[in-house]
Design a binder for this molecule. Structure first.
Ligand SMILES: [Cu+2]
Length: 259
């Protein structure tokens, strides 16, 4: 009993000093802790940004070309020479697919990405939406033009965003709209011309691309991380690929759709 008391009194001052030391080191240690809380900060370092690029290939039976009849609307038909082919599945000369929307579906750090101040353009030319597939960020302006001598009625059919439809006079004033919710994809139709269709992807970040005539895509400026990429095609559905990138990595992710 005496021994234990002696031990406590003997070590108490040291223990107290230790507690004080810990307290002061904790106070001093709060700064590194704050840095730890900002862990995604290195991800914002432009020097650490990674790139994922690739192509979207197609194999199997090439879908038959489907002709669109604009005969009932001479103002539209007159602007085309020969048959108008629907662009719902466009296989490029190099065996890749056009109009595939590729984007980061999951894995990004909880950060806010500012929408670009430049609008994304959606044109109506010869009674066709052009481009057929586009992406834009939440809050970014979508500028819709009517280059035709005929009236159109732009009508997006969203599930998560607000639906609207606005008629646009021949070569009329541009329609400028934004979407405030993430949605992949929103189908656009025209209430006047049933063959007109476009697809618009709305994302809270800038990591998306649409394949063109070489079927390739590139997602630049990615923070290091583990990502799920999705490729969306209006007829062939969706595919996912998981890709991990370290700082400054340039990785390849190729999608392969079959029909
Ligand atoms: Cu139209």
């Amino acid at each position: 009993m005496m021994n234990r008391m002696a031990l406590v009194s003997k070590f108490f001052p040291a223990a107290l000093a230790g507690v004080m030391l810990l307290t002061s080191s904790c106070g001093g240690g709060s700064k590194p802790e704050e840095k730890k809380a900002e862990a995604p900060a290195p991800a914002a370092d432009p020097a650490a940004e990674a790139t994922i690029s690739g192509k979207v290939s197609f194999s199997g039976e090439k879908p038959a070309s489907r002709a669109i009849s604009m005969d009932a609307v001479p103002a539209c038909a007159q602007q085309h020479k020969g048959q108008v082919i629907a662009e719902d599945t466009v296989v490029n000369a190099n065996g890749t697919l056009k109009n595939v929307f590729v984007y980061v579906k999951a894995g990004l750090p909880a950060r806010q990405w500012a929408a670009p101040s430049t609008p994304v353009q959606l044109d109506q030319k010869a009674c066709i939406y052009s481009p057929r597939v586009i992406g834009l960020m939440i809050g970014q302006d979508l500028e819709i033009s009517n280059n035709d001598p005929s009236m159109h009625n732009v009508h997006p059919l969203p599930v998560k965003n607000k639906e609207w439809n606005t008629s646009q006079a021949p070569k009329g004033e541009k329609i400028v709209k934004q979407f405030d919710k993430e949605e992949v994809m929103i189908r656009f139709k025209c209430n006047v011309h049933p063959w007109m269709v476009a697809y618009v992807g709305v994302l809270p970040h800038p990591f998306f691309a649409v394949t063109g005539e070489d079927g390739s895509f590139s997602l630049k400026g990615l923070p290091p991380g583990e990502y799920t990429l999705e490729a969306w095609h209006e007829k062939l559905g969706t595919q996912e690929i998981k890709v991990t990138v370290a700082a400054k990595d340039a990785k390849t992710a190729d999608f392969a759709f079959k029909n």
